[in-house]
Design a protein around this ligand. Structure first.
Ligand SMILES: Nc1ncnc2c1ncn2[C@@H]1O[C@H](COP(=O)(O)OP(=O)(O)OP(=O)(O)O)[C@@H](O)[C@H]1O
Ligand SMILES: [Mg+2]
Length: 1021
């Protein structure tokens, strides 16, 4: 079973490749006897191989007189880039030593994704574009020099001095390859952290600092050496904590610090070498003689520094002597007073160093605290006090981010970054630096925010290196289990894992090593990033097969709707078009079955999401499905429909057109055309530019021509025709068809058409009757978008018919249904609330909603809507009425910035500015607005009431009394909202006090106090 789907031989790695080529060997070879030439090459090979080994690299191959080495593969190394550059420098030095100036090396170094596999005779085990680029860089380098690719350069940060960025030409690389010249190493810090230009401020870790202060105090009290260990994952802040701790040490405490190194020359005792140099004030560059002189009497300590001091002594005896000298040295330090000796990165310590430490701890005297930092992979010292460094708390991460960026990060972005970095301060810094490098963070309002759409934070190379190296420390079987589990997801069950690897036995190791946490009944990856890195290390073809195996197992186990999303995910990953051909080569039948399963579950998952009105998720599933079956008209149709629900016209059109292209049947085509035009026109507010009339008309004509008389498509097309042409007759026909078909959705829209037609005809009670009939359909509807539509128009119809309380109640009911559907629906919910409140003159109420309006409009920038500017204008009017002029102007500007063109939108967008022009006494503007669109202000049932009332006022203000009388007369319908406005207008035009008094009475009866008061104020005494 094992290995059926999982092959461990091939892996993807982020690695650094080094190409080095000997220059001048041909010329030299020509002048030499072949035996000498051979000897020369052998010495070259041996020397280079030795340097590569010292840096922990792997010789990939020798080609002629070139050598290729890989760092970070086959086993990942977090510092692969540094190692490669260090080796490049060593190679140059070594060549100089061996051959003087007679030969020189050209070197190219580059980092990138490679695939490593089983090496075949004479071929490479690492392949990928990064390898080719390294070769190109080597060819472009001058003899004696090394060129470094950009990705390598950014990985090593400040650890090496590099030349200015430049581009070199390279075959097959358009625009050349960006690189820098390697100049020299910078020395001490192997991995400079917190660099990258970010500010660092130490945060949190209060408890940990107290703990450290406490152990120092205890060492002092005991008068004996003590060992304390700070354990934490890479980047958790061990080094930083020690640095901060040092700052707080009481004056007079001696402090020595040494680092264990992951690779290099004489690294065995490197940490103690650092301590010894500090203790004896030795410098790295001091000569061996000088050093030995300083060590007089205890020369054996020179072993720590890699000096040849053993002489004839038996090696084991030498080690014991060395240990005793260290006991003496530490006791000497202790005899002068309290001291702290830090051994950094004990996880890289070699055994001889550990032995020295053990001896020192058991035999030395004096108040000395030996403080070691280590990653968890190292087993603990039994006698040590242990401090475990855990992730930073969210508020600490926020503080760290703010300090790093020298300004706050906007909350959504902060949440994203903090979640991604999982409280690891190194990851936080690297994620930020990576986002800055990629230009995804931008300054805004004194702080920082993430550029729109930057949701995929990615894994910075540095973090990837750390995590991959940690994974590669696992035994092969456990690592295989981790990789397989990563295919399942962030959490997995032992059963699921066993389905992929044949057993769940490795779970224990994974838990012990801290990769996964056992919860009931599942196991969870401790860090999402670890999962991502493990997943990324699998070849894509293996991933695909593992996804297939898991999907089949899961489906056999439990194929219910609750699993639809998960099954859709695994099946579709299994047949991902990007890799399917490779993953399922020669297994076409299997690929076909898997694709069918993927489509089935994607469709199911999309339907279920749609039922929850999770439109984004539904679209995601449908898009994946259509990638697998681009010729399925039905899928395109579904995508079009979901986009209509999201009010995303720009996305709806191409999808619907694609569906039309792929459809042959007449009735099916009629349906598509009918839906396309219906949605385009019904959701007319979603177009920033006026709809292309010619196009819409041609579609409508197609729909009417193709649809069978009396069919659903026919009814839909008729409703559209009413909307488009504003003719009442199609609305009546649509009702007749819908009633015959007894389809609740069609009925709802057909009644809506009749209601709208009545409103445009200024018959308010009739408009209300049809709108109210729609409520009887509610029991038969489930789609919340359709339910919301009924409430939305029902509210304004009730207001038209003089029932403001009911209108207010309905807009709030609508708000509850609609605002959670999508940002666009929320703007609609607010829009209709404002239509009602502004008609009622409830300016305080609107002002109260203003904050929510601005936020909702900001959230709805993705899908345009005329209500974005319209709601802002409504707030501007409220501010104007409340005397908040600056706020009013700001909101007007904000509305203008929404970038909607007038034209078709005039009946939405012009009435509030007319109201403001009235307030400002700007008659010229008022006139212009009426001229532009005034004739159409009654075309919408929702905004139309307020628009008509405003229009009457405007005509009076402009002194156009005849027109005012003409406009008011048909509005004298008893009991309606507009009746008192009409009475007031006629009263003013005719200077008839009884009419204005009647208006006041009617306003009061409806509870429109603000309008009543205003009317009184207008009435001449
Ligand atoms: N408490 C903290 N406040 C602010 N920044 C921190 C804190 N701890 C760590 N950092 C930052 O996180 C980065 C990693 O920290 P540090 O080098 O101390 O981790 P480490 O645990 O020593 O890692 P490694 O195991 O790789 O040596 C540093 O750049 C440091 O600036
Ligand atoms: Mg450290």
């Amino acid at each position: 079973m094992r290995g059926a789907t999982y092959t461990r031989r091939v892996e993807r790695k982020l690695a650094t490749i080094l190409f080095a080529d000997l220059v001048g060997s041909t010329e030299l070879g020509a002048s030499l006897d072949p035996e000498y030439a051979r000897d020369l090459l052998d010495r070259f090979y041996d020397a280079m191989e030795a340097e590569i080994a010292l840096g922990g690299g792997t010789v990939e191959k020798f080609i002629g007189d070139a050598v290729v080495a890989v760092f970070g593969a086959p086993a990942a190394q977090e510092d692969h880039a540094e190692r490669a550059l260090q080796v490049a420098l060593w190679m140059q030095e070594r060549l100089q030593e061996l051959f003087g100036g007679r030969l020189s090396l050209r070197i190219g170094v580059n980092s990138g994704e490679v695939v490593v596999g089983r090496p075949r005779e004479g071929s490479s085990f690492a392949t990928g574009d990064a390898v080719n680029v390294a070769a190109r860089l080597e060819q472009a380098a001058e003899p004696g020099h090394a060129l470094v690719g950009e990705r390598t350069a950014s990985l090593v940060g400040g650890a090496f001095e590099l030349g200015a960025p430049r581009t070199v030409e390279a075959k097959g690389k358009e625009g050349g390859v960006a690189c820098r010249e390697l100049l020299r190493g910078v020395g001490a810090p192997r991995r400079p952290r917190g660099g990258r230009g970010l500010e660092a401020r130490f945060v949190g870790r209060r408890r940990e600092l107290e703990w450290l202060e406490d152990v120092v105090a205890r060492a002092r009290a005991d008068g004996r050496p003590r060992l304390a260990m700070v354990v934490g994952e890479a980047g958790m802040g061990k080094t930083s904590l020690v640095r901060e701790f040092r700052e707080r040490l009481p004056a007079g405490t001696a402090f020595r610090l040494g680092r264990c190194l992951s690779y290099g020359r004489s690294v065995t005792y490197s940490a103690l070498a650092d301590v010894l140099r500090q203790e004896l004030s030795l410098r790295q560059e001091d000569s061996a003689e000088d050093t030995l002189e300083r060590l007089a009497g205890r020369e054996i300590l020179g072993l720590t520094l890699g000096l040849d001091v053993v002489g004839d002594l038996d090696p084991r005896a030498a080690l014991l002597r060395l240990q005793d000298e260290w006991v003496g040295l530490v006791s000497e330090v202790g005899s002068r007073g309290p001291a702290v000796i830090v051994i950094e990165d004990l996880h890289w310590a070699a055994e001889p160093l550990v032995e020295v430490l053990e001896r020192v701890l058991s035999k030395a005297e004096g108040p000395v605290l030996v403080l070691a930092t280590t990653r968890p992979e190292r087993p603990a010292f039994p006698a040590a006090d242990m401090l475990s460094l855990e992730r930073l708390a969210d508020d600490e991460v926020a503080e760290l981010v703010e300090a790093a960026l020298a300004g706050p990060l906007e909350s959504r972005a902060l949440e994203l970054v903090a979640g991604h970095a999982e409280g690891n301060p190194f990851f936080v810094e690297e994620v930020l630096a990576d986002l800055l490098d990629r230009g995804l963070l931008e300054r805004r309002d004194g702080g920082w925010s993430l550029r729109d759409g930057a949701l995929d934070l990615g894994i910075p190379d540095s973090v990837q290196g750390v995590l991959a190296a940690r994974i590669d420390l696992l035994p092969a079987e456990a690592k295989g289990a981790l990789q397989a589990a990563s295919v399942i997801g962030r959490s997995f069950t032992p059963g699921g894992l066993a389905a992929l690897t044949g057993s769940s036995g490795e779970v224990r190791t994974l838990v012990e090593r801290g990769f996964v946490r056992p919860t009931q009944p599942e196991l969870v990856f401790k860090h999402a990033l670890t999962r991502e890195v493990a997943y990324g290390s699998l070849p894509r073809a293996s991933r695909a097969r593992l996804h297939a195996a898991f999907a089949r197992w899961l489906e056999a186990d439990d194929a219910t709707d609750g699993r639809a999303g998960v099954l859709a995910h695994h099946y579709s990953e299994a047949v991902d078009p990007g890799i399917a051909e490779l993953a399922w080569r020669d297994r076409e039948e299997e690929l076909g079955q898997l694709t069918a399963e993927a489509l089935r579950w994607l469709r199911r998952a999309a339907d279920l999401s749609l039922a929850r009105f999770d439109l984004d998720d539904a679209l995601l599933q449908l898009h994946r499905a259509v990638e697998l079956a681009p010729g399925e008209s039905e899928l395109w149709h579904a995508i079009g429909r979901v986009n209509a629900l999201r009010f995303d016209g720009e996305a709806m059109w191409p999808a619907m057109q694609k569906a039309i292209e792929l459809t042959a049947g007449r009735e099916a085509l009629a349906e598509l055309y009918a839906e396309l035009t219906f949605e385009s026109v019904m959701r007319g507010g979603m177009w920033k530019r006026p709809l292309d009339h010619g196009l819409v008309e041609s579609w409508l004509a197609r729909a009417l021509e193709l649809a069978d008389a009396g069919s659903a498509a026919h009814a839909r097309a008729l409703v559209t025709k009413w909307m488009w042409k504003d003719e009442a007759e199609p609305a009546e026909q649509a009702v007749a068809i819908a009633e015959r078909l007894d389809d609740p959705v069609l009925l709802s829209y057909a009644y809506w058409a009749r209601s709208g037609a009545a409103f445009v005809g200024l018959d308010f009670h009739e408009a209300d009757r049809w709108a109210q009939r729609r409520f009887e359909l509610l029991d038969r509807l489930t789609d919340p978008d359709k339910i919301a539509h009924i409430q939305y128009y029902g509210a304004t119809a009730a207001l038209a018919a003089g029932r403001p309380d009911e209108a207010e109640m309905l807009v709030h009911k609508h708000d509850i249904v609609a605002s959670r559907l999508s940002p666009h629906h929320e703007v609609h919910a607010l829009g209709v609330i404002l239509f009602v409140e502004e008609a009622l003159g409830h300016w305080d109420e609107i002002r109260r909603l203003q904050h929510r309006v601005e936020r909702a409009v900001a959230d709805n920038q993705g899908a345009p809507c005329v209500l974005n500017p319209r709601t802002l204008l409504s707030c501007a009017v409220a501010c104007g009425e409340l005397g908040l002029d600056a706020e009013m102007e700001r909101l007007e500007e904000a509305a203008a910035e929404q970038g909607f063109e007038g034209g078709d939108m005039g009946f939405w967008l012009d009435p509030p500015p007319a109201h403001l022009a009235l307030l400002r006494g700007d008659l010229e503007r008022l006139d212009a607005l009426l001229e532009a669109s005034g004739a159409t202000w009654h075309w919408s049932l929702d905004g139309g009431l307020y628009a008509l009332a405003t229009k009457l006022e405007a005509l009076i203000a402009l002194g156009r009394t005849n027109e005012a009388e003409e406009a008011a007369t048909p509005l004298l319908q008893p009991g309606t909202y507009l009746e008192p406005f009409a009475l007031r207008t006629l009263g003013l035009v005719r200077s008839d006090r009884t009419l204005t008094e009647q208006a006041v009475e009617r306003f009061e009866a409806m509870g429109l106090g603000w309008h009543a008061a205003k009317t009184r104020a207008l009435t001449p005494v």
